[in-house]
Design a protein around this ligand. Structure first.
Ligand code: NAG
Ligand code: NAG
Ligand code: NAG
Length: 346
């Protein structure tokens, strides 16, 4: 193994760079799944998430609540939460009974899986939207329309008709649901969780990127940009050919964004090129944790070298920055730059 080589980066200044990725809506959701094996049993499991962070789960044996983090139990001790928590087992028992009754009335068959999904979407413009959906055997059955204060069928079937009709009969339940969705989940519950969980919910982990090559055939070189360890999930990964972004096309493929075990994410972007085509290639990564900077990782075309040193360079890309990269390297190193050097054997 050769010692890693730190490289100088290309003094590319990218035009039209935007500072932060678009703000995404924030979602809190409670997911409930019921497995009904026969007329006398129901296995209920439940998990709640804010975005991709689990906050609580129900113990399947006794339906007791397990909080994933101390800040969730702190938030759960606020305001109405305790009162609501004291009622949830009654609500679960009512749901189980309702499903069994519906199976009887509509002559459905066991085993059966039902799902409830409820929660709230908080948009960047601070508008909120509560939701409550009820799925039956893997398909949407009915949903509660918060603005209309009523349940509506989500499929043209006898079960959907019957379920929406019988749920709409209970005016007191509709008033309660409307209150729970628009006032409790969307306001007090969400606001308390966001306040106590700020550190976890606003956590940012910067991406670490490496560039290496594969040669599936003598005529083809696959440039791989592997990006990992970032949080939150939204990210932008692009290839630059001679400083110009390579547009989407058959030569460019990207993996899905996959989870890592430490609640960070990874993905890879692969660009197929002809060997020794005379162009320069750079992988460019933008992420919320980098602010207005980008990671620029040049592909080093050393066809005879057994190993490739990869240097990851954080290049300050403020619109006004026009000084050369070398100056930046000398002055910013150890200040806010993040260096990563890795070796890959190909
Ligand atoms: C219902 O299903 C449960 C779990 O699969 C099983 O243990 C039980 O014997 C079943 N009861 C009847 C009446 O079939
Ligand atoms: C629920 O069951 C689990 C495991 O069986 C147990 O650890 C927990 O203490 C129980 N909780 C309550 C409130 O009984
Ligand atoms: C806020 O954004 C959402 C989603 O983009 C939109 O549906 C809603 O109408 C917006 N509300 C206001 C008050 O602009």
């Amino acid at each position: 193994m050769q010692p890693p080589r730190l490289l100088l980066f290309l003094p590319i200044l990218l035009p039209g760079m935007r500072a932060d990725p678009e703000a995404e809506p924030q979602v809190i959701q409670y997911l409930l799944t019921g497995l009904f094996a026969n007329i006398s049993t129901a296995e209920v499991s439940c998990v709640a998430l804010i975005g991709d962070i689990p906050i609580l789960t129900l113990h399947p044996a006794n339906w007791s609540i397990h909080f994933y983090w101390p800040w969730v139990s702190q938030a759960a001790a606020q305001g109405d939460a305790e009162k609501i928590m004291s009622q949830y087992k009654i609500a679960l028992r009512n749901i189980v009974r309702f499903v069994h009754d519906t199976v009887q009335q509509t002559e459905q068959h066991y085993p059966l899986v039902v799902q409830f999904r409820t929660g709230c979407v908080l948009y960047p413009n601070t508008t909120t939207q509560g939701f409550l959906n009820f799925g039956w055997s893997g398909r949407d059955l009915v949903a509660f329309e918060v603005d209309k204060h009523r349940w509506e069928a989500r499929q043209p079937s006898q079960v959907a008709e019957l379920v929406s009709k019988s749920l709409n009969k209970e005016r007191s339940v509709r008033v309660l649901l409307e209150h729970l969705l628009s006032i409790w989940i969307c306001q007090s519950n969400f606001i308390a969780l966001k306040r106590y969980g700020r550190a976890a919910l606003e956590r940012q982990e910067p991406p670490v990127a490496t560039v290496f090559a594969r040669t599936p055939s003598p005529e083809q070189l696959l440039l791989v940009c592997h990006v990992t360890g970032f949080y939150p999930r939204p990210i932008s990964v692009a290839w630059l050919r001679d400083g110009q972004e390579v547009p989407p096309g058959p030569a460019l493929t990207s993996s899905p964004i996959l989870p890592n075990a430490d609640l960070t994410y990874q993905l890879r972007s692969v660009l197929a090129v002809a060997p020794r085509d005379g162009h320069s290639y750079v992988c460019r990564v933008r992420h919320q944790s980098l602010g207005s900077r980008s990671l620029l990782i040049p592909w080093e075309n050393r066809s005879t070298a057994p190993t490739i040193s990869i240097t990851i360079v954080v290049l300050l890309l403020l619109a006004t920055a026009s000084a050369g990269g070398f100056w930046w390297w000398k002055h910013r190193k150890g200040n806010e730059a993040a260096w990563e050097t890795q070796e890959f054997i190909i």
